[in-house]
Design a protein around this ligand. Structure first.
Ligand code: MN
Length: 219
């Protein structure tokens, strides 16, 4: 079959793994919305648990550490959302963890919300998922109470702790598993703490989760 593709084969998106030559192949990207109470409040929402909100990004939206992050089309309000990212292995448990950015065209997301329309135009655009190098799960004692932080041009914009998640990673995986057949290579973006805001061309973003490799991208 592979000899008879109608188009040239494209590369599977991959992430670097800290301290190893091998790379992690990315299958799908699942994201949870509204998972830190202080962020839910800043967006004008009610942080009661209710049902989790999920959305997706295409696998090839990943951008690796150090790569340029192009300012996307059709927005005047590109926002940063720093998040813990879990990468699923063959046993469908976290194989590794990284810090990521759920880049958001906030003006387009707001328009979609207003129209009760899907969020893709705000969330699933090209290069909307910068992710740092993965640290194998066996090398990280989390998620527990580690700090998650985002700096823009050296200034702290977002800060929170892993134990402030409304839905824990285990709960997110259980909820997702009831909706989808999770597969090896799937990434889970676990939500963002308060402090989201716009970035401009020329800004430098530095994302971190305590104990994981950092992520630095320039817009
Ligand atoms: Mn998010």
């Amino acid at each position: 079959m592979t000899d008879f593709l109608a188009l040239p084969r494209w590369q599977i998106p991959t992430l670097p793994v800290a301290g190893r030559a091998e790379r992690f192949p990315v299958r799908r990207i699942f994201c949870i919305g509204r998972n830190y109470a202080d962020h839910v409040r800043e967006m004008g929402g009610d942080p009661n648990r209710g049902s989790p909100i999920f959305f997706m990004k295409p696998a090839d939206a990943v951008v690796t550490d150090g790569a340029p992050l192009p300012y996307p089309a059709a927005t005047k309000d590109l926002h940063h959302e720093v998040e813990l990212v879990a990468a699923l292995g063959e046993d469908l448990k976290p194989w590794g963890f990284a810090v990521g950015l759920d880049m958001t065209r906030r003006d387009l997301q707001a328009k979609a919300k207003q129209a009760t329309a899907p969020w893709e135009i705000g969330k699933a655009f090209e290069a909307s998922a910068p992710v740092g190098a993965l640290l194998p799960a066996s090398a990280w004692d989390g998620p527990r109470s580690q700090t998650i932080r985002l700096l823009v041009n050296g200034e702290v914009r977002q800060e929170g702790r892993m134990d402030q998640m409304i839905w824990t990673l285990d709960e997110i995986l259980a909820e997702l598993s009831a909706l989808f057949t999770l597969k090896p290579g799937d990434l889970i973006f676990t939500g963002t703490p308060a402090g989201v805001g716009p970035v401009q061309r020329g800004d430098r973003l530095e994302a971190s989760v305590e104990g994981l490799p950092g992520l630095a991208v320039g817009i």
